[in-house]
Design a protein around this ligand. Structure first.
Ligand code: I24
Ligand code: DGL
Length: 264
C-alpha cells in the first residue's frame, strides 16, 4: 500500500483525456497533473525543446512526492519516455507502448494505422514499438496537424471538422483494420474518425490503454492507495493562467478542481 499520488504530465490540457480515464478506472487514486499550457503545443516543436520542457515537468512532479509518473502526451513520450524511465527509480509510463501493444492484440489483418502530431509521426516511435513486438504487423502512419486545432477551437461537431477529418484520413481508409489515436486530443474526434474509417475499424485510445497498465503496475508493486474511505485531493498545475485551464478542465472532468499556476 502506498498513499502517495500519481503524477501526470502533458504539453497542455489534452492529457486530461488520460486523467478522465484514470478517474473512471481507478477512482481511489490521487492525481497530481501538470500541463505546460504556456508552451503548448509541443507537436510542432524540435525534439531538443520537447526533451528539456518534459524534464522540467518531471522534476516538478518529483517535488510532489509521486509514486509513479504517466507521460500523458504522445509527443513527449515519443521523444523522452525511454530516457526518463531509465533515470528514475519510480515507474514511468508513456502512452505509446500501451497503445502499440493494444493495436497488435486488436488487429486481425496485421495492418495497423497510426495518426498523431507531426513530431509523434516523425519520431516513428509507434512503428518501432509495434514492429519490435510483432515484426509481421505492417504500420501505416499519418501526421494530422489540423486535428488538434479543431478540438481547441471547439469545432468537434462542425461540418469543417468532418471535412478536415475526411480529407486527412482519405489515404488511410480501407488500408487498416485498427487505427491508433496517437494524440491526446483525438478521442474528442472519435465519432467522426470512426465514421470516416468505417465502423468495422477498431480505434485504439492510447490514454485509456495506458491507464490499464497503471492498474497492472499498482497491483504488481502493491502500491495501490489504501485510503479508499477518504478520497484523495487531486491537484492540477498549469504554466499558463489557472482560469483558462479550470474552465476547460472542469467542463471536461465534470467536477470542481484545484488549479494553481506554476513557473518551470
Ligand atoms: N480543448 C483543448 N484545448 C483548448 C479546448 C480548448 N479550448 C476549447 N476546447 N485550449 O484541448 C488550449 C489552448 N488554448 C489555451 C487558452 O488560450 C487559448 C489557447 C482538448 C481538451 C481535452 C480534454 C474544447 C473543449 C472544452 C471543454 C472540454 C473539452 C474540450 F472547451 F475539447
Ligand atoms: N498532447 C499532445 C500529444 O498527445 C498534443 C498536443 C501538442 O501537440 O502538444 O501529442
Amino acid at each position: 500500500m502506498d498513499n502517495r499520488p500519481i503524477g501526470f504530465l502533458d504539453s497542455g490540457v489534452g492529457g486530461l483525456t488520460v486523467v478522465k480515464e484514470m478517474m473512471r478506472q481507478l477512482p481511489e487514486e490521487e492525481i497530481v497533473f501538470i500541463g505546460d499550457q504556456a508552451r503548448a503545443p509541443y507537436g510542432p516543436r524540435p525534439a531538443e525543446q520537447i526533451r528539456e520542457f518534459t524534464w522540467q515537468m518531471v522534476n516538478f512532479l518529483l517535488t510532489k512526492n509521486v509514486k509513479m509518473i504517466v507521460i500523458a502526451c504522445n509527443t513527449a513520450t515519443a521523444v523522452v519516455w525511454q530516457e526518463i524511465k531509465e533515470k528514475l527509480d519510480i515507474p514511468v509510463l508513456g502512452v505509446i507502448l500501451p497503445g502499440a501493444s493494444a493495436a497488435i492484440k486488436a488487429t486481425q489483418t496485421g495492418k495497423v494505422g497510426i495518426i498523431g502530431t507531426p513530431m509523434t509521426i516523425k519520431s516513428d516511435a509507434y512503428r518501432q514499438k509495434i514492429q519490435a513486438l510483432s515484426p509481421e504487423t505492417t504500420v501505416e502512419s499519418l501526421s494530422c496537424p489540423r486535428f488538434a486545432p479543431i478540438v481547441e477551437s471547439n469545432e468537434m461537431a462542425s461540418s469543417v471538422a468532418k471535412k478536415v477529418v475526411y480529407e486527412t484520413l482519405a489515404s488511410m481508409v480501407g488500408k487498416v483494420d485498427t487505427l491508433i489515436m496517437g494524440c491526446t486530443h483525438y478521442p474528442l474526434l472519435r465519432p467522426i474518425i470512426q465514421n470516416v474509417m468505417g465502423k468495422q475499424v477498431k480505434l485504439i485510445d492510447s490514454g485509456a490503454e495506458t491507464v490499464r497498465d497503471v492498474s497492472v503496475l499498482l497491483n504488481y508493486f502493491e502500491i495501490n492507495r489504501s485510503r479508499k474511505d477518504i478520497r484523495g485531493d487531486h491537484r492540477f498545475y498549469t504554466t499558463a493562467s489557472p482560469k483558462g485551464f479550470r474552465e476547460i478542465a472542469e467542463q471536461w472532468l465534470g467536477q470542481e478542481i484545484n488549479v494553481e499556476h506554476v513557473e518551470l
